[in-house]
Ligand binder design. Sequence first.
Ligand code: C2E
Ligand code: MG
Ligand code: MG
Ligand code: MG
Length: 292
Amino acid sequence: TLYQAKAHGSGRWERYDPARGEQELTRHSLATAMPAALAHNEFLLHYQPLVSLADSSVRGFEALVRWDHPRLGRVSPGQFIPVAEETGNINALGQWVLEQGCLQARRWFDEFGLDDLYVSVNVAATQLRQPTFVADVLGTLDQVGLPAMCLQLELTESAVAGDTQGALVALRELAAAGVRLAIDDFGTGYSNLAHLGRLPVHQLKIDRSLLSSSRKGEVVDPARDKIIAGTISLAHSLELDVLAEGVETTPQADRLRLLQCDYAQGMLFGGPVPVSEATEVLACQTRRANSA
Ligand code: C2E
Ligand code: MG
Ligand code: MG
Ligand code: MG
């Protein structure tokens, strides 16, 4: 069948693409279902360990949202986060993630007395642009009774690059309050280190795409290896610490350690897991520390 490609504004006739039609349908149904899904508790958080490369100890967890849709099953954030950003639902969802992440950090804080353990929460560009964002974050910390340093916010480069003035003021206020700030997915955007040097951020997270191209039997390809090495040393000279995302093999971890990379996240150390498993990881680590 043919349909008029109105979306492209061209008045051309194109062959109907069932795959695209289905995608549109899914996007639409995700967008309309989202507000009720929040009210019905269909979202949940998984936690992925953020480890020190020096001794493999867990320093924090990244909170990663999942959606158990009653009909579609588990939907990945790669699918619904972009839809949430387009429709504005990301503000309510992001606030929910922030609250749940802080509540969980507080539970771990109470259970294990780890005052340097932090939960890292992803923040979308639209959230950062909300005039109430800083007040919402500080209000949540206050309500939950969580020290600011137990919370990290992850922002992408594009989120802090666009409307710099507003974003910069917000970041300064958050940093001054003691909240940790990280640049997420570094290496996928403009990767402007000079710009980063002017931001009050504490950590650079190198995107896994810089690592994942490594072919079997090779640690990393030489060009990417140089980019990673340069990024780490520049970040350090700007007094940022560095975390590598998507670390899957021991040779990758060994190489990153040699390049003075501080932290890692990836399947080698553990994928995103339900809260019970993350708690078990902390319990093991605490037992080991106490018996040492
Ligand atoms: P991200 O912030 O870069 O999170 C890391 C993603 O990489 C996660 O995907 C994680 O499961 C995956 N990952 C971790 N280690 C490995 C590895 O060793 N190998 C491979 N291949 N993948 C690994 P996930 O959970 O599907 O999340 C995808 C993205 O969705 C996140 O990327 C983040 O941008 C976004 N997202 C997730 N939760 C939230 C949220 O609460 N708010 C916002 N705004 N975005 C979120
Ligand atoms: Mg992230
Ligand atoms: Mg990331
Ligand atoms: Mg990434």
